[in-house]
Design a protein. Structure first.
Length: 411
């Protein structure tokens, strides 16, 4: 935050200044079958989102500073909550970049959100029996704050390294049930990239973090936790290799280890992995096809129970381009498990989306398609299994245009 303030003042003395202002809007209407609450029954539903925004940018050849603000309206009908009116979330971001030298770049970001949200927008926090029961009580107010700073330096044509530090906070306000925790998280990362050949890159990364979750009164999983606070330290190290076989084909593999030390002295470690591939698949008529595939293995501490949570995910994607049209099909699958005394089974989810997008003009694109998802949670022998599904057709419009542009060139 201090870096953003210093940079905003410093811009006055850094060369010729250019100014740009843009306005944008993202709007989507979806209709079909969806649950009115997380893990609830599926029924006919309409879901609409409207998010206008405005941003201003000041820049020189070496420096840029941008402020963006935009409210977001979210409407779900029918809804299980008491108030059927749309929820309003205020969103603001600030970003700054400055070339300290020809080889060194400094970047800062800050973001703040404030408003009310539907509980179903926090699916990761309604995966315990008690928390899910609270999800139908009412909508909840939320405050999200985040800030980060990073420096990247290019040491040579083949080697570059950088470090970043960040903080994030999420607080639920006006939450009568107090099932959801206030969270604070800090991290420090060092990343390196070494070009082994013209087609191969070696990536190394180390991340150290600290997180805290706190409940005012009451909490989910109370039988398994002894305090209203959860704190832990984490560290992970990864090594990755990327290979570009051609201009249209690339693969990457990454592996590592994450170690978590909870406040009570509970130390555990788990492997991490990621593999992905992208390739051109040729053409069908005038449509150029490309495909992607990815598999991930992750591990983290479940904030609602304080126990390890491991997940395996897989994604398949197909994309076709024909002039102003882009066609996409994606399939995503995730399986996660949390070790608990209640012998809870795994969480499984499957999602798919098929869409077509047309670039009407440089400032606007519109899309339409179908998305579907299904999720199953097993809360153990005492509660049983829950599931929800949705099938929605949607239409989306994305618009962004500069209405003020004056001063120095960005080049």
């Amino acid at each position: 935050m201090a870096g953003l303030a210093v940079s905003a003042a410093f811009i006055v003395g850094v060369g010729a200044v250019g100014l740009e202002a843009t306005a944008g809007m993202n709007a989507e209407v979806a209709g079909g079958l969806a649950p009115t609450r997380s893990l609830g029954p599926t029924e006919p539903a309409v879901i609409a989102t409207l998010a206008p925004s405005v941003s201003g940018t000041a820049y020189t050849r070496r420096f840029s500073f941008q402020l963006t603000y935009g409210p977001r309206l979210f409407l779900r009908r029918p809804t299980a909550v008491e108030d059927p009116q749309p929820t309003l979330l205020q969103q603001a971001t600030a970003t700054q970049s400055y070339a300290l030298s020809r080889r060194t770049m400094w970047r800062n970001t800050a973001a703040a959100d404030y408003g009310r949200v539907d509980y179903t927008e926090f699916a990761e926090l309604v995966e315990t029996d008690d928390a899910n029961a609270a999800a139908a009580v009412s909508r909840v107010g939320v405050v999200n704050l985040a800030a980060s700073s990073s420096v990247t330096h290019v040491f040579s044509r083949r080697y570059q390294a950088g470090s970043s530090v960040g903080w994030a906070r999420r607080e639920f306000v006006d939450d009568e049930t107090s099932y959801y925790p206030t969270s604070n998280a800090f991290y420090f990362t060092i990343a390196q990239a070494l070009e082994l050949t013209r087609r191969d890159v070696l990536n190394l990364a180390t991340n150290i973090g600290w997180a805290e979750y706190a409940w005012d009164t009451g909490r989910p999983g109370a039988a398994e936790m002894t305090t209203d606070e959860l704190r832990y330290h984490s560290a992970d190290a990864t090594i990755g290799w990327g290979h570009r076989a051609s201009r249209a084909t690339s693969t990457s593999v990454e592996g590592g280890l994450t170690v978590v030390d909870a406040e009570e002295g509970d130390l555990w470690a788990s492997p991490m992995a990621n593999a992905s591939a992208a390739s051109s698949l040729g053409s069908v008529g005038e449509v150029r096809l490309g495909g992607t595939a990815a598999v991930t293995v992750t591990a983290a501490l479940d904030p609602l129970t304080g126990r390890p949570r491991r997940a395996i995910g897989a994604t398949l994607g197909l994309e076709g381009r024909d002039g102003p049209w882009t066609y996409r099909a994606n399939l995503t699958s995730t399986t996660a498990s949390t070790t608990r005394e209640s012998e809870e089974g795994p969480t499984a989810s499957l999602g798919a989306e098929i869409s077509a997008t047309e670039e009407v003009r440089r400032s606007m694109v519109w899309s339409f398609g179908v998305r579907a998802s299904a999720r199953r949670l097993d809360f153990g022998r005492d509660t049983g299994e829950f599931a929800d599904e949705q099938l929605l057709g949607f239409v989306r419009i994305d618009y962004q245009r500069a209405f003020v542009s004056a001063g120095a060139s960005r080049r």
